[in-house]
Design a binder for this molecule. Sequence first.
Ligand code: NCD
Length: 264
Amino acid sequence: MAALFYEPSTRTRLSFEAAMLRLGGKVMGTESARRFSSALKGESLEDTIRVVENYADVIVLRHDKEGGAERAAKVSSVPIINAGDGPGQHPTQALLDLYTIRRELGGIDGVTAALIGDLAKGRAVRSLAYLLSKYAVAKIYFVAPPSAQIAPDILAHLGEHGIAYELADELGAIVPLVDVIYQTRIQKERYTDPEELARVQQGCYTITSATLAAMKQSAIVMHPLPRNDEIATEVDSDPRAAYFRQARNGLFVRMALLSMVLSH
Ligand code: NCD
């Protein structure tokens, strides 16, 4: 497995590597591929893929531009796994998120979820909403300041699948209604305008022990991680804090995905 990462990563890259090693395979790769690979010398993504496909049976790619994985897949003779394409999609995160919901709550049909935070620039929530639309979920709340709300392409997709959703910029009234609180980080590195960033920072919420007190006993708190301060550390010891279990599930889901992709 070759891991080509053009953007920072801890969980995604290491869990893919751990997954392949546990399956008995071998791994190689480059982090900071913009700086440490021939991308710095001006090589196109397409050319890089045409070379790396000769050295590996599967390529795990985190590109820094939306559509990067699709471009790579068009020229590659080996499977490309999208490990995040800029602000576009993060499908393997969504797979492990769904697996987590199923394990924690016993199923996905009928679930009500609140996706919270930087929904405009966060790719994890975009992919999760897509994947939730394959199930008979009861309702999805998108909770964000207006300028960081989920993009219309996702809402159109939910509409096509008949999924009920609601946009909100206040979290309080929604907390007691949901089975899943899915909190996300403000994607600071994707902002060019400091004023816009400050506006979004002001409008976002922190999950605290007060949030836990208002939640259903059976509900869970998820987060793709890394976290900044959008979940207070006081939440970590509550059994409903599922985010570290969620990160662990990434290992198993990626093992399953690699073995599926490589057995064809
Ligand atoms: C996410 C990502 O990279 O999109 N992290 C991850 O893969 N677990 C979320 C984020 O960076 O905020």
